[in-house]
Design a protein around this ligand. Structure first.
Ligand code: SF4
Length: 298
């Protein structure tokens, strides 16, 4: 039985992140960034949500939608989320007792419980500014931490000292120089998980959804994109008259590519790999997530 029939039979919806394989984006009911997906999930009238993305995103969807069954086609781990460990986080909290804690949505639920608020790459400066303390512990991405530090008067203390997304980290200045030589008229649009060197050379720094919005608004016709390669499919689909080039064709997140159409079909058939969160953790982790939603909707 094919995916479409299984979806109908089970009253299921497929949600996919901007970085998954193009063929999955094409059959998904909704494609977006981690927060958009979680918010979308809470508005859909479906019994079953099949989510294609990585672990922390699936957790966030499950936390915000406790009455729905959340499935994943395969276990996909975000290496950035893994860089935060509980002991370091608790040590830093002890070291800076007056600091508030803002954690990137790219963290596991077991760490979100220690945050005063969660943030995404699009709202991080706003969330940090809303904290009633001069110091903010911020993690786990050092590049996003530096980006935020440039936009706020608060002292940003990165936790851990050096967490990063390996997919964005390997986009180098050499890659950028080569790409600029090839496409001198293109605007440079990058994600804040890129290194500081790349951010400094960029025309625009934005989240995945921010990149899409910006490219739609811009009068330019060519763009050099610094993020995971999966976003190119969506950019080209939504803006067929514009040209998009990757700064590095090697910026591929292996975890995002683990999902396939075959695995989606199998997951819908068997309903295995169910995302479950310990009730105690979910009830605590939802608080800083909702705090973020509250701050950004004001
Ligand atoms: S691209 Fe980086 S931050 Fe995003 S899921 Fe992959 S490893 Fe995690």
């Amino acid at each position: 039985m094919r995916i479409k029939d299984l979806k109908k039979e089970k009253n299921a919806i497929i949600l996919a992140h901007n970085y998954v394989r193009p063929e999955i984006q094409d059959i998904a009911d909704f494609v977006g960034d981690s927060l958009e997906l979680a918010l979308k999930a809470s508005k859909v009238d479906a019994d079953l949500i099949l989510f294609c993305g990585v672990d922390f995103m699936a957790e966030t969807i499950a936390i915000l939608n406790p009455s729905k069954k959340v499935l994943v086609p395969d276990i996909a781990t975000c290496s950035l989320a893994q860089m935060l460990d509980t002991d370091s986080l608790l040590d830093y909290k002890k070291l800076y007792p007056d600091a508030k804690v803002v954690l990137y949505i790219n963290t596991l639920a077991k760490h979100k419980i220690y945050a005063d608020a969660i943030c995404t790459s699009s709202n991080a400066p706003e969330i940090v500014d809303s904290m009633d303390s001069d110091k903010v512990l911020f993690g786990p991405d050092i590049n996003l931490a530096r980006y935020v530090a440039n936009k706020t008067s608060k002292e940003i203390i990165p936790v851990p000292r050096y967490g990063f997304c390996s997919t964005h980290y390997q986009i180098t200045i050499n890659d950028l120089s080569t790409a600029v030589k090839k496409h001198p008229n293109a605007e440079i649009v990058v994600h804040p998980e890129c290194t500081e060197d790349i951010q400094k050379k960029a025309d625009v720094i934005a989240s995945t959804s921010g990149i899409i919005r910006y490219c739609k608004r811009s009068n330019k016709e060519e763009f050099l994109i610094g993020t995971e390669i999966g976003l190119i499919h969506r950019l080209k689909r939504e803006m067929p008259d514009k040209e998009f080039y990757m700064i590095s064709k090697f910026s591929v997140c292996p975890s995002m590519k683990i999902h396939t159409l075959d695995k989606i079909e199998r997951a819908l058939k068997t309903e295995i790999i169910n995302v479950t969160i310990d009730k105690n953790i979910a009830s605590k982790a939802v608080i800083p997530i909702k705090r973020m939603i509250e701050i950004t909707s004001n």
